[in-house]
Ligand binder design. Structure first.
Ligand code: C5P
Length: 401
C-alpha cells in the first residue's frame, strides 16, 4: 500500500519550492495530501498543488461539504508522516503553543504520525531566542526538524534561514519510513564523552573518551523513534539530528543534568567516561610552577550511575565498563552493585576496543547471569546491538507490570 504524506505548506516565499517537493514525492510513489495555510495561497496556487498531487488541496477548516472529502481529523489519522515545508516562524510558534485555528495547525495537533518540520525564514527570525525556544521545545516533544540551510535569503540578507535542499527533506522522510520505530513514545537519556575536572582556570583532569560510542547510541535510539536527550561532556562531534543535546563539563554538571531528566526517562544509557576523581579545590588563580614537585589532592566525584541504580523505578538502566583486567568478575560485580539491567563491558586490552577508535569489542552482561560476547564491530553496529537489547528489556518490564 502506498504511504500517505500530508504536506503542510505555510506562507513563506519558499512555498513555491513545495510544488517541486510535491512532484518529487509523487514520482517516488507516495500519496500526497496538501494542506495550505491562507498565507501560503498568496505565494503558490492550490491549483498548482492539486494538479501535482492529484488530490484536492485543503485550505479552509470549514469548506463546503462537496470539497470536504476528508476532515482534518481523518487527514491527521490517514497520514503516515506529516511534513511541513516550508514552515514559517509564525506557524512553528503556533504549533509550540498548541493552537489549532486553521486546518493545518488542527491537523498537526490531532495527528499521532511522526511530524517533520522544514523551517524557512529570515535569519533574524531564525536566530531570535523566542523562535529557538519554540523549536527546541518541539524537538523535545519528538518533532523532527530539517534545519534550514545558510545562504542568500529572499529578503536580501545572508544567513541561516533558507529552506533546506529538497533532497535533504526527502531523505529525512525516507529515513522515517525505513526505520523501525520500536522506541516511539519512549524517552531515552544517553550520556557521552569525557568530563573535565578543573584544577585551576586553565587546567583540568580528563580522559581520552571521544564520545563516539554515546553519540552512536543517541543516533540509533533517535532513528528508532525515541525522544533522545544526550548529556555530553566536551567532544568534537556533530550531535545527531533530532537529538536534544545538553552540553556539560564536570561530573557534577553531568550528575545535575541527568537527575533533571531521570524522572521522565524510560531508558538511561551511561556511555560517558565520567572522571572518578576531581581536585578537592579549584585554584582561583593559575598555579605557578615554583615547586619541583606538586601534590594535587583529589576527591571522588558523584557516581551518577550508582545513584540512578539506587533510585530507579522501572527505567531500563545500561552501564558501561572499560576494563583492563578480570573483565568477567568486575562486570558481574558492577552490574549487581549498580543495579543495572545491562552492562556493556569493553576489554581495553583488545585491539580495536575502547577510546578514540571507531570500533569496539564488547560483552553484554545481564542480571540473570547470561552474557553475549560480541565480535569486533563498529560503534554504530554496537549501538544497534545495545538498542536491540534495550527494546527486549523494555518489553519484558512491561509484561511484568
Ligand atoms: O565504576 P565504573 O566507573 O567502572 O563504572 C562505569 C559506568 O559508570 C559507566 O557507565 C559510567 O558512565 C558510569 N559512571 C558514572 N559516574 C561516575 C563514574 C562512572 O555514572 N562517577
Amino acid at each position: 500500500m502506498k504511504k500517505s504524506i500530508v504536506l503542510g505548506i505555510t506562507g513563506s516565499i519558499a512555498a513555491y519550492k513545495a510544488a517541486e517537493l510535491t512532484s518529487m514525492l509523487v514520482k517516488k510513489g507516495y500519496e500526497v495530501y496538501v494542506i495550505m495555510t491562507q498565507a501560503a495561497t498568496k505565494f503558490v496556487t492550490p491549483l498548482t498543488l492539486q494538479t501535482l498531487s492529484q488530490h484536492p488541496v485543503y485550505v479552509e477548516m470549514f469548506d463546503s461539504p462537496q470539497s470536504w472529502e476528508i476532515g482534518h481529523i481523518s487527514l491527521a489519522q490517514r497520514a503516515d508522516v506529516v511534513l511541513v515545508a516550508p514552515a514559517t516562524a509564525n506557524f512553528i510558534a503556533k504549533l509550540a503553543a498548541g493552537l489549532a485555528d486553521d486546518l493545518l495547525s488542527a491537523t498537526l495537533l490531532a495527528t499521532r504520525a511522526p511530524v517533520i518540520i522544514a523551517p524557512a525564514m529570515n535569519v533574524g527570525m531564525y536566530e531570535n531566542p523566542i523562535f529557538q525556544k519554540s523549536m527546541q521545545f518541539l524537538k523535545e516533544q519528538g518533532y523532527f526538524f530539517v534545519e534550514p540551510d545558510e545562504g542568500r535569503l529572499a529578503c536580501g540578507t545572508t544567513g541561516k534561514g533558507r529552506l533546506a535542499e529538497l533532497d535533504k527533506i526527502v531523505s529525512a522522510l525516507e529515513e522515517i519510513f525505513s526505520a523501525k520505530h520500536e522506541l516511539s513514545g519512549k524517552h531515552v537519556l544517553v550520556t557521552a564523552g569525557p568530563t573535565r575536572e578543573p584544577i585551576d582556570p586553565v587546567r583540568f583532569l580528563s580522559n581520552y573518551s571521544s564520545g563516539k560510542m554515546g553519540y552512536a547510541i543517541a543516533q540509533e535510539a533517535r532513528e528508532r523513534g525515541a525522544r533522545v536527550t544526550l548529556v555530553s561532556g566536551p567532544c568534537h562531534l556533530e550531535p545527531p539530528a533530532g537529538v536534544d543535546l545538553i552540553p556539560v563539563e564536570t561530573a557534577q554538571e553531568m550528575f545535575d543534568a541527568v537527575i533533571k531528566h531521570f524522572d521522565t526517562a524510560d531508558v538511561v544509557i551511561k556511555a560517558a567516561a565520567v572522571a572518578d576523581f576531581r581536585p578537592r579545590q579549584r585554584a582561583a588563580e593559575k598555579i605557578k610552577k615554583d615547586e619541583a614537585v606538586m601534590t594535587l589532592e583529589l576527591e571522588r566525584t558523584p557516581d551518577i550511575l550508582q545513584h540512578l541504580g539506587d533510585n530507579k523505578r522501572d527505567q531500563v538502566l545500561v552501564g558501561f565498563a572499560a576494563e583492563t583486567e578480570n573483565i568477567v568478575e568486575n562486570a558481574r560485580a558492577k552490574l549487581k552493585r549498580k543495579n543495572l539491567d545491562l552492562l556493556v563491558a569493553n576489554d581495553l586490552t583488545e585491539e580495536g576496543a575502547g577510546f578514540g577508535v571507531d570500533t569496539n569489542v564488547a560483552t553484554l552482561f545481564f542480571p540473570d547471569g547470561t552474557t553475549v560476547k560480541l565480535p569486533k564491530m563498529t560503534k554504530r553496529e554496537l549501538a544497534r546491538a545495545i538498542i536491540d537489547q534495550v527494546i527486549k528489556l523494555l518489553t519484558t518490564k512491561k509484561r511484568m507490570v
